[in-house]
Design a protein around this ligand. Structure first.
Ligand code: HEM
Length: 517
């Protein structure tokens, strides 16, 4: 009967509702139950049977990437991690497949081990032209590109680059003085002017010419544009765990910013072309690759790789240097007795004129170095993890086996700010970095585990530009303190360090009162 009804209905083109009404709900109920069982089984596996389940950590983070992603996107990932280390100890499971460490030994075990652990590609934004920068390249390509640039970062190269750093440091002081003209309040946003100095220095060293940010009057928003890029990269990198969301975001973001990016790429490309055409006329980051560019990279590096590196170096490093130098300035003003110690050291060092303050003459000012180190320790510009992937057969870190494929890393903010590693870690005490024979040293810092302090990471992927940054920071800060007396302008005084970070800490204005001595 049912069959003849169906045939009749079909012949008439009528769709009978019997199947849907009677059977579909049952189907959906069964499917839902199955799905719930499968998800529960997966979550139970992640929480209790996964090879990482022996590691302590919050249950919610062990069964899902979402809490981790939520905090990375909010820009405060180091805050929950700090609480977890209080609760669970030096190794914490912070995602189904990720462990984070705060013991000093983890630096060597993760970053200086042989063979090298792979940098987690999901932590890097792929270059738009498909050619790798030093930050994104892996394996042989990384070795090749690093090898191509390495001579630009030697002690000799730095000596040759010193005049350039000193010239811009001079312009930095001139610009600050100019900001005081017709300015009865004496208040200057020093973060902005430090940003211009860092940008001019690094772009001249990379492109062979600078945008003359210090010389141009008015406001320039490069720093904020670059910061927007860092925010986008953070969110995109996070979403690679939830693919294809990363691709959808990239599609929209890249479309919105396409004109701007094409213009930037053209500008950079033209500058680099001019620099390469000039040949061996000066010493900068391009000097060692002149004559070593070939389409297949066999001579050393390809043209597209030069372009990617040229852009990445300026974007990343001008921001890091800006944040580090602004932080050091803030901390010195927040702790005036340390400012006085440093002012005494610089003002009694025998400099007759500001221009005597050079890369070479600032190399033996121990309190200045201690201040820079302590600023990098307390408020490292990139308060994130440097993720690496455990090899197929796993490895041992902190005396415990880590299965292959696990993401392992040290978070620069956490490792530098734990009381297991440093005495009074959230206070600014530059003297902890002085030698024991220095009269300003105090024995209370004897227990500090200095090996935990690795602001430039370690091993074959450590920071290639650490010496350049240190040279720049020494000259810029020494000239600043030699020339001016300074005070913090309210209301930044107490809360300036409260910042969010997307790859790097946000460029927060720092208003100070400047008085020419
Ligand atoms: C405050 C200043 C700086 C800090 C704190 C800093 C820190 C770091 C850290 C921690 C890494 C390792 C990244 C990773 O493993 O993923 C790194 C890599 C790197 N840094 Fe820096 N950096 C600074 C300034 C600079 C400057 C001024 C330059 C260039 C002149 C530079 C060039 C690089 C390059 C090219 C890499 C990638 C190296 C590689 O993978 O082989 N950095 N930096």
């Amino acid at each position: 009967m049912g069959n003849s009804n169906s045939e009749f209905a079909l012949r008439q083109g009528i769709v009978l509702p019997t199947l849907t009404v009677l059977q579909l709900p049952k189907f959906w109920i069964a499917a839902t139950i199955l799905l719930i069982c499968a998800i529960s089984a997966r979550l139970a596996y992640l929480a209790f049977f996964h090879p990482l389940s022996q590691y302590p950590g919050p249950r919610l983070w062990a069964i899902s990437r979402l809490p981790w992603a939520w905090h990375v996107i909010r820009g405060d990932i180091w805050e929950p991690l700090d609480r977890f280390h209080d609760q669970y100890g030096p190794i914490v499971r912070i995602a189904p497949d990720e462990l984070t460490y705060i013991s000093p030994d983890a630096w060597k075990e993760i970053y200086a081990t042989r063979p090298q652990l792979l940098k987690d590609p999901r932590s890097q934004t792929p270059p738009l032209n498909g050619a790798d920068s030093l930050f994104t390249a892996v394996g042989d390509d990384h070795r090749r590109i690093r090898g191509a640039f390495i001579n630009a970062f030697s002690d000799k190269a730095l000596r040759d680059q010193s005049t350039l750093i000193e010239n811009y440091s001079g312009q930095f002081i001139e610009r600050l003085k100019a900001e005081l003209v017709d300015n009865p309040s004496h208040v200057v946003n020093i973060q902005r002017i430090i940003g211009y100095a860092a940008f001019d220095i690094i772009s001249d060293l990379t492109w062979g010419e600078s945008p003359k940010a210090l010389r141009m009057s008015g406001d320039h928003n490069w720093i904020h544009r670059f910061f927007l890029h860092a925010q986008f990269s953070t969110v995109r990198n996070c979403l690679t765990r939830f693919s294809p969301l990363d691709k959808i975001l990239s599609y929209f973001f890249l479309r919105i910013t396409s004109k701007q990016r094409i213009a930037n790429a053209k500008l950079t490309s033209a500058r680099i072309d001019r620099r390469l055409a000039a040949g061996h006329t000066r010493s900068d980051f391009m000097t060692p690759i002149i004559g070593k560019i070939s389409e297949d990279g066999r001579k050393g590096i390809t043209k597209n790789e030069v372009l990617t590196n040229g852009l990445a170096a300026v974007i990343a490093n001008s921001q890091l240097s800006t944040i580090a130098m602004t932080t050091a300035t803030y901390l010195l003003l927040q702790y005036p007795h340390h400012f006085q110690h440093l002012a005494k050291e610089i003002r009694n060092a025998g400099f007759e004129h500001e221009t005597d303050i050079k890369v070479s003459s600032t190399q033996s000012l121990p309190y200045l170095d201690a201040v820079i180190n302590e600023a990098l320790r307390l408020h490292h510009p990139t308060p994130g993890s440097l993720p690496r992937i455990a090899p197929k057969d796993g490895l041992v870190i902190g005396g415990k086996y880590v299965p292959g494929g696990t993401v392992v890393g040290v978070n620069l903010h956490n490792v530098h700010n734990r009381s297991e590693n440093f005495y009074k870690p959230r206070e600014f005490h530059p003297e902890r970095f002085l030698g024991k024979n220095d009269p300003r040293y105090s024995a209370v810092f004897e227990g500090d585990r200095k090996e935990a302090f690795q602001p430039f990471s370690m091993g074959p992927r450590n920071c290639i530009g650490a010496k350049v940054f240190l040279a720049e920071a020494r000259v810029v800060l020494a000239r600043l303190i030699w020339t001016f007396d300074m005070l913090l302008a309210e209301p930044e005084a107490l809360t300036w360090l409260d910042q969010k970070a997307w790859l790097v800490f946000e460029p927060k204005p720092l208003r100070v009162k400047l008085y020419v001595r």
